[in-house]
Design a protein around this ligand. Structure first.
Ligand code: GTQ
Length: 345
């Protein structure tokens, strides 16, 4: 029998030879590739509004939207630095648009959502239709649709962007185009999509153009009313409180093909039971305050903070006041591929 060091020397020499031809032995990496449970580099993290707001406003003095195209501070997960990722599969950032500014039109394969955090009267235009944004509103920019943002109002407006950039990058399917004009010509008056798709009805001749929702404005006042009614009429779910998912009204599927979007109300004093799922999730605190317990770690959050719960990490949500959380994850992708799992307790 050869000595152990002899075996490893033989192996090393073998590895070196095959390496030159771009070949490698599986047995050296098998256990990091095929793991008993998710082994994500994504870490729990909190971005506090009180820290972020001065930096976001400072960025407004350093660069214009014209130069930046999009003036955004990227929220980088500490386990994924340099990759522009909030989770393994999603990008998130805080975008600022100052009074009088325009963030010029473009379109890209990546889908985007906006969750309005501060300021009133800015708009986003999607395929020639403007929507004025209000705090708490959730807005969809579907894949490959023209979009620009503008602020005709009097105050800075800040929102959270979430894009499926890492998913599209994984698949090498990214395209982007600029039309060469700053803003799109308005082709439809404000409120048209909402009238057609926002009231549990569809135009009689409706034909879907894509998997993404034809409705791109989900006003907070509507989702907040629904949550308040649920809180009056049902006991909260032991883990989630009162939780709803945003859907494409034409299909019943997710509002965005690649990004799951949710809103939940944790009643004052709520102490959630432990839960985990395989979709790392980005939460934005729309109102209220509380904490998320992740084993030994506790993240205390306040209104407008953003935090991340990584894949398959047991966590419990708690609320000190009536608290509304918006959240986004890659759940529709995992579900489409039969990969999504969840567990209570
Ligand atoms: O508003 O179109 O945060 O293209 C990153 C890339 C926002 C946008 C981002 C984008 C946008």
């Amino acid at each position: 029998m050869p000595a152990v060091h002899q075996v490893s020397k033989d192996r090393r020499e073998f590895y070196r030879r095959i390496d030159k031809a771009h070949v490698a032995p599986l047995w050296e990496v098998l256990h990091t590739l095929v793991t008993p449970e998710p082994k994500t580099p994504c870490q729990p993290v909190l971005w506090q509004w009180k820290t972020m707001l001065p930096w976001v406003l400072e960025s407004g003095k350093l660069i214009s939207t014209k130069e930046a195209e999009r003036r955004v501070l990227v929220l980088e997960n500490p386990g994924l630095r340099g990759l522009s990722r909030a989770t393994h599969s999603l990008y998130a950032g805080l975008q600022l648009i100052l009074p009088g500014e325009i963030a010029p039109a473009h379109r890209h394969s990546q889908s985007a959502l906006r969750l309005i955090i501060a300021g009133e009267d800015a708009y986003t235009a999607v395929e020639g239709e403007r929507v004025t944004m209000h705090v708490g509103d959730f807005i969809v920019t579907p894949s490959w649709t023209w979009h620009d943002h503008g602020n005709p109002g009097a105050e800075p407006v800040i929102w959270m962007d979430v894009l499926d950039l890492p998913i599209v990058e994984l698949l090498d399917a990214q395209f982007m185009e600029r039309p060469g004009v700053e803003s799109q010509t308005t082709t439809r008056s404000e409120g048209q999509s909402y009238a057609r798709y926002g009231h549990t009805m569809l135009p009689i001749d409706f034909k879907p153009r894509s998997k993404t929702s034809p409705l791109f404005w989900y006003p907070y006042r509507r989702s907040r009313d629904s949550l308040a009614e649920l809180a009056r009429s049902e006991d909260p779910h032991p883990c989630h409180g009162h939780k709803l998912q945003f859907v494409n009204p034409a299909s019943g599927g997710p509002a965005i093909a690649t990004i799951g979007t949710f809103v939940q109300l944790l009643p004052k004093g709520f102490r959630g039971r432990s839960y985990r799922s395989t979709d790392s999730t980005i939460y934005c605190v729309v109102e209220g305050s509380g904490r998320v317990r992740l084993g030994e770690q506790t993240i205390a959050f306040e209104a407008k903070d953003i935090f991340v719960v990584p894949s398959w990490m047991k966590h419990q949500l708690e609320a000190d006041a009536d608290t509304v959380l918006f959240s986004a994850s890659d759940r529709p992708v995992q579900q489409a591929l039969d990969l999504w799992r969840e567990a209570e307790g």
